[in-house]
Each structure stands twice: as structure tokens, then as C-alpha cells.
Design a protein around this ligand. Structure first.
Ligand code: ADP
Ligand code: MG
Ligand code: MG
Length: 253
């Protein structure tokens, strides 16, 4: 059982004109086994939240706390966060030329577990997970994300999640740019990990579409760098019908 506790988080981003405040007091608690959807319009700060939790150096925490089972996440390096069980699937996964998917996954798994996984079970696990995500086996020998299609990048992110088995997974717009078939495959992957493990999921999305496949326990509406409204899955249905207009008007009023 793990708990991620975000308290009054304020974050600024480095720009040429200086530090620009983006997150303006985020409060959120994610427990093992829970799925929290973070929904909100473009530019509301969803990716900023994801990057801040992952430890991206461009994002400055100006105040607030983030605790994972009481440990100060903000004091941890990026590697320490991963070893503590935090995982980020990025909205725009980066290319790693010259590093094969297979080596990348094994290196990450070894770093997180502290020991290399036994080769025989590992190869079987990787094959099984790739198969389930309908990834061609030749993928394992390609450079990470180099020349991958949008859908292939997102499958690769979920492949990592399946193999690394994080305690808290932050999925930033894993649904964006996917056709319906890919969306289903990717969602099934997330659901498999939810069933097999006790992962807590922060599912960041602009659209309600993925929530038809992955049912959230809680929905948080993110507007202008903070949570504007919270509810259960029914809130997603409401957003599907009404969009974000009502929040945008109140935010600028
Ligand atoms: P979302 O993921 O909800 O679309 P982001 O977190 O990407 O929102 O962005 C929130 C705001 O912060 C936007 O106004 C965006 O332009 C700004 N922002 C984010 N990252 C940077 C950056 N590296 N440089 C300048 N502005 C940024
Ligand atoms: Mg984003
Ligand atoms: Mg579960």
C-alpha cells in the first residue's frame, strides 16, 4: 500500500522572460489501487504537474510538498524517484538514438530493482508484454522512439509500465494521437497492470474518450494550474457533454 500526497504545490517554469508561475496550489492524494483522471483544457498545467512529479529540471517548485509514503519526493533525484516506484509516461516521449528498446528496458529494470532480472524469465516477460500490446518482436532491437509512430511511442510507454511495475504511474495524454484500435490496446495494457498490481494511476487526459476503457475512481478538473472541481466517474460524462467552457468562463471572470 502506497500513498502519493501532493500538498499546495506551486510550480514555475523557466522561460526567457524569467520564471513563469504555472501550478498555483495543487492538492491531490493518490493511493495504491486508485485511478485518478486529471482532465483539463490545453495549457492548464497538466504536463507541468507530471514533469514536476518526475523531477524535470526545467520546473521549479516554489512551494508545497510531495510525499510518497512519507518520503520527500521533491528532495529525490530523478533516479531515486524511479527507484521509489514512480513512473512517468510522457506526452511526448523522447528519442534515444543508439539504445535499443531491449537494452533500455533491461537497464531500467535493473536500476529500479537493484539487481538484473534473471535473463530467462525476463526475455519471456518482455515477449509476453510486447505480444499483449500487439508490438512486432523486431521492435525490441530498434532505437528507443526513433522513427516510432505516435501509436508505437505510446505502446512503448505502456510496455515500460508493464515491465517496471511502478507503485505510482503518471500517464500524460497516453491517449492523444491514437486511433481507436491503438487506444483499446493501450488501455487494455493499463488495465492489465491495474489488475495484476496495486498501482496507483494518475491518468492525465484532455479527452474523455480513454475513460470509456479505463474507468477512473476519481476525476479532477484542472483549470489554470489548480484543481477546479472533483468528483467520481460521472464528472467525466458531464465534461463529455459540456466541455470545459463553464470552467473557462469562471476562471477568467
Ligand atoms: P497542459 O499539459 O495542460 O496542456 P502544460 O503544463 O504543458 O499544460 O503548460 C501549461 C502552461 O505552461 C502553458 O501556458 C505553457 O505554455 C506553459 N509552459 C509549459 N512549459 C513551458 C516551457 N518550458 N516554457 C514556457 N512555457 C511553458
Ligand atoms: Mg500536456
Ligand atoms: Mg488494482
Amino acid at each position: 500500500m502506497s500513498t502519493l500526497e501532493i500538498r499546495d504545490l506551486h510550480v514555475s517554469v523557466e522561460t526567457k522572460e524569467g520564471a513563469k508561475p504555472i501550478l498555483r496550489g495543487v492538492d491531490l492524494t493518490v493511493n495504491s489501487g486508485e485511478t485518478h483522471a486529471i482532465m483539463g483544457p490545453n495549457g492548464s498545467g497538466k504536463s507541468t504537474l507530471a514533469y514536476s512529479l518526475a523531477g524535470h529540471p526545467k520546473y521549479q517548485i516554489t512551494s508545497g510538498t510531495v510525499l510518497l509514503d512519507g518520503a520527500d519526493v521533491l528532495a529525490m533525484s530523478v533516479d531515486e524517484r524511479a527507484r521509489a516506484g514512480m513512473f512517468l509516461a510522457m506526452q511526448y516521449p523522447v528519442e534515444v538514438p543508439g539504445v535499443s528498446v531491449s537494452n533500455f528496458l533491461r537497464t531500467a529494470k535493473t536500476a529500479i530493482d537493484g539487481t538484473a532480472p534473471p535473463l530467462r524469465t525476463w526475455v519471456k516477460d518482455v515477449r509476453g508484454a510486447m505480444d499483449a500490446l500487439r508490438m512486432d518482436p523486431t521492435f525490441a532491437e530498434r532505437s528507443v522512439n526513433e522513427g516510432f509512430s505516435g501509436g508505437e511511442k505510446k505502446r512503448h510507454e505502456i510496455l515500460q509500465m508493464e515491465l517496471l511495475q511502478p507503485r505510482i504511474a503518471i500517464l500524460d495524454e497516453t491517449d492523444s494521437g491514437l486511433d481507436v484500435d491503438a487506444l483499446r490496446v493501450v488501455s487494455e495494457g493499463v488495465n492489465r497492470v491495474r489488475e495484476k498490481t496495486d498501482v496507483g494511476v494518475l491518468l492525465i487526459t484532455h479527452y474523455t474518450r480513454i475513460l470509456r476503457y479505463i474507468t477512473p475512481d476519481f476525476v479532477h478538473v484542472f483549470v489554470d494550474g489548480r484543481i477546479a472541481e472533483e468528483g467520481g466517474p460521472e464528472l467525466a460524462n458531464r465534461l463529455e457533454n459540456e466541455g470545459y467552457d463553464r470552467f473557462l468562463t469562471s476562471a477568467t471572470a
